[in-house]
Design a protein around this ligand. Structure first.
Ligand code: VGL
Ligand code: ZN
Length: 202
């Protein structure tokens, strides 16, 4: 029997109110995410986990500001405020998230030279995080995704999972968006076009 895995994207202090890249209402999803994890057979958490001075940080590029877009060897890259630095409280999971429930935790964005929004591939869309192999070995054929942020790490993960042939559902009631210049609407359109099933309302 193909298994379904719940993939919980980046429910970290950095993306919750008070964090360095706070997503409005990011913390409001935590009780619902815990309830979803309780019901799921297989649970994977992802954790955005950047070294200090990461190339996705505006502060690493003199003269650049957060939310500027620059060309990297792998394509355009939004520059962010410093966030989710390894070992800092900003990078820790939200304190109320039931981390003990996780079967696996995937850390991403650890290479200083490349960002990684997706749980499956870095932003070159080529370098694997290893999660695809893990899911395959566990017989996972379908994934449900929730977490932060809808229009970046959740959408990139959902699009990659669909491209790999997994059956993908995103429960929007358990996501919140950054919404830079229409990025949420763009992400919703792309996910629908890719055959991702969207349920719920943010
Ligand atoms: C994310 C921007 C930078 C996310 C991570 O989790 O959506 N967004 N790093
Ligand atoms: Zn990041």
């Amino acid at each position: 029997m193909p298994q379904t895995a719940l993939i919980v994207i980046d429910v970290q202090n950095g993306f919750c109110p008070g964090g360095n890249l706070a997503v409005p209402g990011g913390d409001a999803i935590v009780p619902g995410v815990n309830a979803a994890m309780e019901k799921a057979d297989i649970v994977v958490l992802t954790q955005d986990w950047h070294p200090a001075g990461h190339s996705s940080f505006a502060s690493t590029h003199p003269g650049r500001s957060p939310y500027d877009v620059i060309d990297m060897p792998y394509g355009p890259q939004v520059l962010w405020p410093d966030h989710c630095v390894q070992g800092t409280p900003d990078g820790a999971f939200h304190p109320d998230l039931d981390v003990d429930r996780a079967d696996a935790i995937v850390r991403k964005g650890t290479d200083p030279a490349i960002d990684s929004y997706s749980a499956l591939f870095e932003n070159d869309h080529r370098t694997p995080t290893g999660l695809h192999g893990w899911l395959r070995d566990r017989g996972v054929g379908a994934v449900a995704m929730v977490g932060l942020a809808t229009d970046f790490c959740v959408a990139y993960s959902a699009l990659d999972a669909a491209r790999l042939g997994l059956d993908v559902t995103v429960d929007l009631s358990l996501t919140r968006a950054i919404d830079l210049d229409g990025s949420l609407d763009g992400a919703l359109v792309k996910m629908r076009e890719a055959g991702v099933t969207l349920t719920g309302q943010p």
